[in-house]
Every structure is written in C-alpha cells, then in structure tokens.
Design a protein around this ligand. Structure first.
Ligand code: AMP
Length: 349
C-alpha cells in the first residue's frame, strides 16, 4: 500500500490528469505531472510538473525517482522510453498501452479473448487499400492504426472508389465495416492490485462527429441485455493484462450482440458522471487501485446525464450553475477551439 503523503506520477497533462490529481489530493496524495506541453491543466492542480519530451529518458528517470507510483492519463504515451521508469512503479502495465495504441493489435487481443470487433482489414501498404475495402465491404471507416482520437484520423467511405480522392497518411491503416448499431455503450471497471474487479453501471453513449457528446445511466434495455457478455469480455481483458486501475471498453449494441469498438487503458470520458453519480468515482477508484487501497463502492446514485461542453461554452455557464441538479466541471483550457472538450456537466436526479 502506498501511504498518503506519497507522490503519484501522472504521464500526460490534460483534463483526465487534472481530475485524477484532484481525486488524489482528496486522499492526501501529491501529484507530479509529466507532459511535453507547457500549458498543462493537470499541472495547475498538482504539486510538481516536469515539462519534457516523451523520449527524454533522463527526465523520465528523474521524474520516476520522485514518485511512489506512475500512471497515465494519455494512452498514446510512447512505450519504449518508459523503460527509463522502474517497471514496478508503472500501473497499469505498459502492455495495456502497447495494445490500445494500435487498433489492429487491440482487435486481435479482443478476438483472442472471444470478443467480436467490427469486420476489419489491416492495411500496411497503399496498394492493399482498394482490396481491403472491397473484401470488407462498404460503407465503412478507414482509420489510422495509431494516434487517432475523437474522430481524428478517420475517413468514412460509401464506396471503394472514394479512396482514390483521399489524402491518407503514409502509415499503418485499418479499414472497418460500418457497424449498424442500436446504441453505443461502455464498460468501465476498476481492478485492484489483488485482482478484485468492480464495474460501474454502463452508460449509453452518444457520439457526434466521432466525439462523445453525452453519456446517460441507466442505459436502454437493448444495452442492458448485452451487459453480461460485455462485462465478461472486459474482465477477461483486465485479467489477461494483470491490469491495475480503471479500464474502459467502448462497444456497440447490435442485434447480434455486443461488438467491441475500442479499449482505453485509463479513466474515460464516458465515466465522468461517476464523480457525482456513483458512491465512488472513477478517478478516486483509479487512485485507490494503483495505491493498493481498498476499492470504493461503484453503486449509481440516481438517473444520470453527462454532457460534454465543447468549444466556446462561456455563454452556458451561468444557466448551468443555476440548475440545482447540475454539477459543472470546467477544465481551465485557455483556448476554446471548435470541438475541443472544455468541460462537462453532470445532472443527477
Ligand atoms: P473511434 O474513435 O474508433 O471510437 O470512433 C468514434 C465513433 O465513431 C464511435 O464511437 C462510433 O460512433 C463511430 N464509429 C467508429 N467506428 C465505427 C464502426 N466501425 N461502425 C460504426 N460506427 C463507428
């Protein structure tokens, strides 16, 4: 067990790190944020900040010397330089990062556990593109294997001819058939150092332009009917990795059962509602898990709606604050670019 007063290292400096640091502070921990970007909204609420490149092993090693445990708030942290950090400090295991950073590895990992991803084809060279699309069928989505998030690095195709007009990067790609889903949902679990697994209720998620717009609990009945199978898969994934902390699986509820979309080896946007909407929130339970503390109760406290606040939201703030059921979270980002996650609001009723 890592005693309170110790320092938790967080790799990544965004809003997930900010909310992790706030939960850690409640339990008496200090946080040290490591991020290559100098304007870190996580560092603003943390005791210490290292601003250095992901590949700077000297800085990573110095950072690790200050920490009792090191975790991630960003899943695209380059894995090789993490060798500069003693392996027993890292939680969850970097293997989870390695898998989640590559859409094809992630799908194969899930298939090996008996899960079902969307039909897909891995594409290593341009000349394979047309064939992969024809084999898998249209409509579909072409995605970069690595570094995509919030709908970035994705191209929707309705016919194989469209690929000729696309400017896709010269990197590994994956083509996925479009899943005709009834709804989207996520399984959010926390796994402790002793292997105990707890689930939060699964939210139903609505995306807009590839970005999460809203999560609500309880989810619709078609999701409820697929939960057991989805949870079983998520628990198998966590066990297979010897995972410690919060793990999220995003899934589609289809007429043929749950279809795996992607895995996030970290706290997740669709779990933000748990801060006020569950006895113990995802951020606190992640801290509890990585510090070897008893896990908190994940029971839901009411009907929940979490809405992301994107872009310029200043005009909405007062109205949200006047709503007695609303909990407003603003991340303190300086620049409100279109589609950028600036905060979220959770309503518990
Ligand atoms: P991703 O970044 O892969 O999670 O994609 C973001 C969102 O795009 C998902 O939550 C879905 O709403 C949609 N999407 C991605 N892949 C597919 C797919 N194969 N079939 C249908 N919708 C998809």
């Amino acid at each position: 067990m890592i005693p309170s007063g110790s320092t938790i290292g967080i790799l990544g400096g965004g809003q997930l790190g900010r909310m992790l640091a706030m939960a850690a502070a409640q339990l008496g921990y200090k946080c040290h944020v490591y991020s290559p970007e100098k304007d870190s909204i996580a560092a603003e609420v943390s005791a210490r900040f290292t601003c250095a490149d992901w590949h700077d092993r000297t800085s990573l090693a110095a950072f690790a010397r200050d920490c009792a445990v090191v975790t991630y708030e960003f899943e695209n942290v380059p894995v090789a330089p993490l060798a500069a950090i003693p392996a027993d400090l890292l939680a969850p295991t970097p293997r989870a990062l390695e898998i989640a950073q590559d859409r094809v590895r992630e799908k194969r990992f899930i298939e090996d556990l008996g899960g079902r991803p969307a039909p897909y084809a891995a594409i290593d060279a341009d000349k394979e593109l047309q064939g992969a699309i024809e084999r898998t069928g249209t409509p579909g989505i072409l995605k970069t294997r690595r570094d995509g998030y919030d709908g970035k690095g994705q191209w929707r195709l309705t016919s194989a001819h469209e690929v000729a007009g696309l400017r896709v990067p010269n990197a590994g790609l994956v083509y996925e058939g479009l899943v005709r889903f009834e709804a989207e949902f996520s399984v959010i679990l926390v796994r402790g150092r002793d292997g105990e697994v707890r689930f939060w209720d699964s939210p139903e998620n609505v995306h807009d332009g590839g970005i999460l717009a809203r999560s609500s609990v309880p989810a619709s009945p078609q999701i409820a009917a697929q939960l057991m199978q989805a949870r079983e898969l998520a628990a198998k994934a966590a066990d297979a990795l010897g995972y410690v902390g919060v793990l999220t699986l995003e899934l589609f509820a289809t007429a043929e059962g749950p279809v795996f979309n992607e895995m996030a080896p970290r706290v997740h946007n669709s779990g933000h509602w748990t801060i006020e909407g569950a006895v113990t929130g995802q951020f606190e339970n992640h801290v509890r898990a990585i510090c070897g503390l008893p896990l908190g109760d994940t029971t839901t406290l009411g009907r929940i709606e979490m809405v992301n606040l994107l872009g310029d939201v200043a005009a909405q703030e007062v109205a949200i604050l006047k709503d007695p059921h609303a909990h407003l979270h603003l991340y303190g980002k300086a620049e409100a670019r279109e589609g950028r996650k600036m905060g979220h609001v959770t309503r518990v009723s």
